[in-house]
Design a protein around this ligand. Structure first.
Ligand code: TYM
Length: 352
């Protein structure tokens, strides 16, 4: 079976460590699988597409005046994180109209009851009750179309997106049974950082938008990929910890420190072994030290990790022509791929 990778992020705010660790880091590993992974079945993919979900992000409150900049910010984050246009297509959703066309066709096979029970729909509605429109309800159908228009079969995402992948498979199955086999099953690909929590409230995920229960805006609870070293230090210093004093991983009893340990572990780089430090190694390192020491060092781990990312981002920012050229060339190829599936679907549905 040919591996076809697809994923996307909404340009609904600056990207944060949760987006990076839960999704983008994983994307990079799929785009460039290390050679030893070939034996474990993580072969080189036949097709890799990463998308900025600009049609999805208008289902929640946004500012049209700054929207183009927000979209380009995500594009820059993608490129800085290592998306390689020679290996992957980098597209804006609205530039490939076949996504929305397929979503319309899927609308005709998707029961409303599959959509209004989804946790993400209920969550978004609680955050912005006035935004109770068809687009919000239909959001997962467009997501299914994003994935299936390229016949993708592997989707690297964070944990919160799993219900959407299940729904994608249900829509594909229903379509196949009504009109004949077109789509194959889609598998999610979860990373270790599939759920990074807020720095202010470890019961809530780190999020670009404020949570309904805490009402917290992203700023204090998120480390953004473009935060300066001083901001990173200040946010880490203010991150909540648990009541006892021991730097020990225990997701149930010590959710705050466990979240910080996960971030430390995933972003650390052992200077000798050239690989990340395990949680155990970090615990040992802080056995007789305080949370303050741990958080000070964590801030430096994050700063060191983000430095090359931010430098690379600046290079792309200074060369907007190159960025547009990467996008336009990817989008042209994507439209050709998408057209093939759309034609097949329309033939099956008696539309051609
Ligand atoms: P979005 O923009 O909410 O999130 C983008 C990706 O980041 C992951 N993520 C997290 N992972 C770990 N910890 C966190 N705190 C955290 N916050 C966010 C999300 O799981 C996601 O993988 N519906 C999608 C966008 C989309 C899409 C698609 C994804 C549209 N079409 C097709 C895959 C395939 C979304 O809202 O992601």
């Amino acid at each position: 079976m040919k591996l076809k990778v697809f994923s996307g992020i909404r340009p609904s705010g600056k990207l944060h460590l949760g987006n990076y660790l839960g999704a983008i880091k994983n994307w990079m590993e799929l785009q460039d699988p290390p050679s030893h992974k070939a034996s474990e079945g993580t072969a080189k993919p036949a097709q890799v597409i990463f998308m900025v979900a600009d049609y999805h992000a208008i289902t929640t409150p946004y500012d049209p005046k700054t929207y183009q900049q927000q979209i380009m910010d995500v594009v820059l984050d993608y490129l800085a994180a290592g998306i390689d246009p020679d290996k992957a297509l980098l597209i804006r959703q609205s530039k490939v109209p076949q996504h929305t066309e397929l979503a319309w066709l899927f609308n005709t096979v998707t029961p409303v009851s599959w959509l209004d029970r989804l946790p993400t729909y209920k969550e978004q509605l609680a955050k912005a009750p006035k935004y109770n429109h068809v687009g919000l309800l239909d959001y997962p159908v467009l997501m299914a179309a994003d994935i299936l228009i390229y016949k993708s079969n592997l989707v690297p995402v964070g944990e919160d997106q799993l219900p959407h992948i299940d729904l994608t498979n249900e829509i594909a199955k229903k379509f196949n049974s009504m009109f004949g086999e077109v789509f194959e099953p889609v598998k999610p690909h979860l990373a270790e950082g599939a759920r990074i929590m807020s720095l202010k409230d470890p019961t809530q995920k780190m999020s670009k938008t404020p949570s309904a229960s805490s009402g917290q805006a992203g700023d204090e609870s998120c480390i953004f990929l473009v935060d300066t070293p001083d901001i990173i230090r200040a946010k880490t210093k203010k991150a909540v910890t648990d009541s006892d004093k021991e730097v020990k991983y225990d997701e149930k009893e010590k959710p705050a420190i466990s979240n910080l340990l996960t971030i430390y572990h995933l972003l650390s780089q052992d200077s000798i072994k050239k690989q990340v430090l395990s949680i155990k190694e970090i615990e040992n390192q802080y056995e007789s030290k305080s949370y303050v020491d741990f958080k000070n060092d964590l801030a430096e781990v994050v700063v060191n990790f983000l430095q090359p990312f931010q430098a690379k981002r600046k290079e792309f920012e200074d060369d907007p022509k190159k960025v547009i050229q990467i996008l336009e060339s990817s989008e042209e190829k994507a439209r050709q791929l998408a057209d093939k599936t759309l034609t097949e679907v329309k033939e099956k549905m008696g539309l051609l």
